[in-house]
Write a protein that binds this ligand. Structure first.
Ligand code: IPE
Ligand code: IPE
Ligand code: MG
Length: 236
């Protein structure tokens, strides 16, 4: 029986996840890495549905980093094919659960089929209010900050008018709260260029479980760990 939302004394308003370990999950089974990504897409469905059930307002999933282009072409293509398939298959779930899909990252550099599928799903769900699901695609924190600085210069902002809030408004996550909690699966303990500006005070939770095996109980374990943290924001 799944825990009810009331089990958690406090939940993150914005949860971000670094979905890592698909390749190792597959390799451990003698499968191709792409099979790990396929299994990982199933986990996305489960975790999105559970976060929505728990009334988490924002969920941000790291799906493809600016550095992931350096993987073999075949793996990049397999990931992109999976994205289109995922959007086609899961759009009904997003609609049923009133989830608003957004993207963060340089999606304009993705191939046409991926851009079209994303644009369609984003448009179709833009009025949904239960949860915002940000997919980080061709996303890099440094690229995001650089883009923000360039756009501020382009807009002719005066030096004194550039505040933390103004800069935040130029990020892909403009208008959204910073992630309260970032979970990374697969035992790796680094940010890998994820949400560098927004993660200033995020609680970091590391799970040893590979992403395809990260289920509702692992999510609950991570959320319990988050609920037990004392967030001080510099105060004593
Ligand atoms: C995460 O799994 C998915 C993406 C980065 C797209 P990996 O593919 O990084 O899996 P590992 O870390 O090699 O096991
Ligand atoms: C981070 O995972 C990117 C995504 C989960 C999309 P990576 O597997 O690419 O990160 P590193 O290379 O281990 O730092
Ligand atoms: Mg990895």
């Amino acid at each position: 029986m799944a825990d009810t939302p009331s089990v958690f004394s406090v939940l993150p308003r914005h949860l971000a996840i670094i979905m890592d370990g698909n390749g190792r999950w597959a390799q451990a089974r003698g499968l191709a890495r792409s099979e790990g990504h396929k299994a990982g897409a199933e986990t996305v469905r489960t975790i999105v549905a559970e976060c929505c059930r728990l009334s988490i307002s924002y969920l941000t999933l790291y799906a493809f980093s600016t550095e992931n282009w350096s993987r073999p072409k075949t793996e990049v293509s397999a990931l992109f094919a999976l994205l289109v398939e995922f959007l086609r298959r899961e759009l009904p779930l997003l609609q049923e659960k009133h989830i608003c899909l957004r993207t963060i990252g340089a999606v304009e550099a993705l191939p046409l089929a991926q851009r079209s599928a994303l644009a369609h799903a984003v448009r179709a769900t833009e009025g949904n209010r239960a949860m915002v699901l940000n997919l980080a695609l061709n996303y890099g924190g440094r690229q995001e900050i650089l883009r923000a600085v360039r756009n501020m210069i382009h807009d002719g902002l005066a030096e004194t008018s550039v505040t933390e809030e103004v800069l935040a408004g130029y990020l892909y996550t403009a208008g959204q709260p910073d992630p309260d909690c970032i979970i990374r699966t697969s035992g790796e303990q680094r940010l890998s260029n994820y949400l560098l500006y927004q993660s200033a005070y995020s609680e970091l939770i590391f799970s040893p479980v590979f992403w395809p095996d990260f289920g509702v109980s692992e999510l609950h374990r991570a959320l319990q760990e988050y609920a037990g943290r004392t967030r001080r924001f510099g105060k004593c």
